[in-house]
Design a protein around this ligand. Sequence first.
Ligand code: SF4
Ligand code: MG
Length: 314
Amino acid sequence: EKLTKHFPITGGVLGRKVGAVKAVNDLSFEVYEGETLGIVGESGCGKSTMGRLLLKLIEPTDGSVAFREEQLLTKSPKEMRKMRRELQMVFQDPYASLNPRMTVERILEEPLIVHGIGSKEERRQKVKEMLGIVGLDEAYGKRYPHQFSGGQRQRIGIARALMTNPKLIIADEPVSALDVSIQSQILNLLKDLQKEFSLTYIFISHDLGVVRHISDRLGVMYLGSLVELADSEKVYADPLHPYTKALLSAVPLPDPEAVKEQIVLKGDLPSPSDPPKGCAFHTRCPACFEPCTVKKPAWKEVKEGHYVACHLYE
Ligand code: SF4
Ligand code: MG
């Protein structure tokens, strides 16, 4: 609800606050149990910051986050630790997020130790099971992260996220570092696991082709704000926001004979420390008209379940 994160920029010899990177601005949305909510946007649009805010890995400047009916921000560190069992994250670069000095077995056991789950024997048993579930040989438990390929490492990262039986997984660019041929294997694994364990996903990516594969609903972010959110198929078939239209026009069509007009955006992505007034997209929008430069468009449900922030629909 109205989730906002501004990182202060300090400067001068006194280290005074001279500005702020407005990484996330006023995000309001829900995630439904069992769905995959895709969040797409260019790099630097605040997607990862959003993911970290949702899990309270960083504190927001404003706004709130609730999981089921429970407010996360007022929870004590102890209560939050308990809740983290249910809220897990999968990262883009599994190598950077796997401790190189630990065996895979130890890496997977770690979350259980942290949360005080099971005896040593039970933990080891669960590690073996989990390796099988993500498609790895149980003998791999004795090896170290560097002995695996990128795809295998991401399987380990996913296994680790699953160890505490979470309900919600935030996957931040989980296949972006992988070869295209491996990407679909990992996406299919995520889909299978979702069914098997009734998981809910927030799937963050800069790649519309990838999110299309997996998302039930899709949110589009620009400069720290959501500009559009709807059922994934609706966004693809009937995009409303000019930014979404431009993004989609750049995705190759499956049919090579089909032609579509590519919308080329003018100008560069503005800096999140100095976003344009009014609609943050107005400096690049082909449809910009008079109110856009002065008034921020409201986030509005314009058709059932289809949200957009644009003066064209007010
Ligand atoms: Fe374009 Fe105006 Fe809509 Fe912003 S509000 S996306 S500038 S038409
Ligand atoms: Mg990111």
